[in-house]
Design a binder for this molecule. Structure first.
Ligand code: MF3
Ligand code: CO
Length: 249
């Protein structure tokens, strides 16, 4: 069942989203060669608590950290580690979720560390632009898969591929609600978009093929062919004026 949110509920989701966005902004300035992913974790975790919020991911199905940090061929769900340090030329995806007053916010971004290859920067840009291509279709009366199709089309037009194994999702009093929001599929399918629907739209894009595998830690998803991967996510609300991004400052 898709839960349509009231104005009061949307305000609360927006408050959680604002904190999510603010902390991601701070993490952006924190990222650089030599920084360990555990440093990013402690920074993110303390910032969340300083805002009187709670991490959405820690303990979710046993996930052990407050932020997911996924480097290069890691697609999503990278677990922060003392022994993993960012290096010049890496691309790093940061995925953060917070809970405030019972409501969730969820967002992700992929950043360059120092000087990156042209392919890596094209991949990052394409992933962001794919999200915005999806947003153009996130209008009342359209269906969920119109967003999915727009994302896939954009990505494939640039010669990259969309990950199928993970999808975007409704969000609200839970991190994951209906509907699922795939980044692929034929247009004109799935539920119709209505005012007050809140969703996390999150293209995951591989430079090579779409397949992923999970590392022995049980979480980290990597590309099957070792190619680079990028992730871009916002929590949005559907309005009479199209989709409004809530995870922004
Ligand atoms: N943005 C991801 C999602 O919505 C992050 C989940 S990580 C987990 O699915 F640790 F919470 F699983
Ligand atoms: Co999400």
């Amino acid at each position: 069942m898709i839960i349509i949110k009231s104005q009061a509920e949307i305000k609360k989701i927006a408050a959680a989203c604002r904190i999510t966005a603010e902390i991601i902004e701070k993490l952006k300035t924190f990222v650089g060669a030599g920084v360990s992913t555990a440093d990013m974790e402690s920074f993110a975790d303390s910032e969340i608590r300083r805002k009187n919020a709670l991490p959405a991911f820690k303990g979710y199905r046993g996930y052990p950290a407050s932020v997911c940090v996924s480097i290069n061929d890691q697609v999503v769900h990278g677990i922060p580690s003392r022994t993993v340090k960012l290096r010049n030329g890496d691309i790093v995806s940061i995925d953060l979720g917070v809970v405030l007053d019972g409501f969730y916010g969820d967002a992700a971004v992929t950043l360059p560390v120092g000087d990156i290859s042209d392919e890596a920067s094209r991949l990052i840009k394409t992933t962001e632009n794919a999200f915005y291509a999806g947003m153009e279709k996130a209008v009342i009366g359209n269906r969920v898969s119109d967003i999915s199709y727009a994302i896939q089309e954009h990505v494939e037009s640039k010669g990259f591929s969309v990950v199928r194994a993970f999808v975007g999702h409704g969000i609200g009093r839970s991190l994951h609600e209906e509907p699922q929001v795939p980044n692929f599929g034929k247009p004109g399918h799935g539920p119709r978009l209505k005012t007050g629907m809140t969703m996390a739209v999150e293209p995951m894009v591989n430079a090579g093929g779409p397949d992923v595998r999970i590392l022995d830690d049980g979480w980290t998803a990597v590309t099957a062919d070792g190619s680079l991967s990028a992730h871009y996510e916002h929590t949005v609300v559907i309005t009479g004026n199209g989709a409004e991004i809530l995870t922004k400052i």
